[in-house]
Design a protein around this ligand. Structure first.
Ligand SMILES: [Zn+2]
Length: 160
């Protein structure tokens, strides 16, 4: 109940958002896809930006972005608004995050990956159902992912 504990809790919540690991929107996405039978790997360290969910067989990399930290470009997104104070601190930090995301996306797309960005404010049940449908209908994701399981860890080769 002390102020110190509250501060620690706030800090650790903030740190977990900065690290982008196992945040709530990401858990919602994972749960929806998993219960739809889609299988994926998490936080692929060998790929630019460590995509949150990776379907290697189909070369689909999915990021779940917090709207604030990754500056959701949708003008209707209320979560992405810049803070009113300490702008000299926040602006370069947040714009840096966004630039890094764009660089990672370009690097992945240059290597023939399909990049899917799921925004925090778009993880309501209806949104997730649409995402599942899109992933299921666009390609035989499940089969491809199962096939690729035997060669996990193999670096994707670019054959042009
Ligand atoms: Zn948003």
């Amino acid at each position: 109940m002390s102020t110190t504990n509250e501060t620690d809790a706030a800090r650790s919540a903030q740190m977990s958002r900065i690290r982008g690991r196992d945040t709530k929107p990401e858990m919602r996405v994972r749960q929806a896809l998993h219960s739809a039978g889609l299988r994926y790997r998490l936080h692929a360290k060998d790929l630019p930006g460590k995509p949150d969910l990776v379907f290697r067989g189909r070369k689909v990399a999915l990021f779940v972005h917090g709207c604030f930290w990754h500056q959701h470009p949708d003008p209707n997104c209320k979560l992405a608004r810049m803070p009113k104070s300490k702008l000299d601190f926040w602006r370069p930090k947040l714009e840096g995050n966004r630039l890094r995301d764009e660089k990672n996306r370009s690097a992945l797309e240059a290597d023939d990956w399909t990049v899917v960005e799921v925004w925090e404010c778009e993880t309501k049940p209806d949104d997730l159902q649409r995402l599942v449908t899109a992933l299921q209908t666009s390609s035989p994701l499940r089969e491809a992912e199962n096939r690729s399981r035997s060669r996990l860890g193999a670096k994707p080769k670019v054959g042009k």
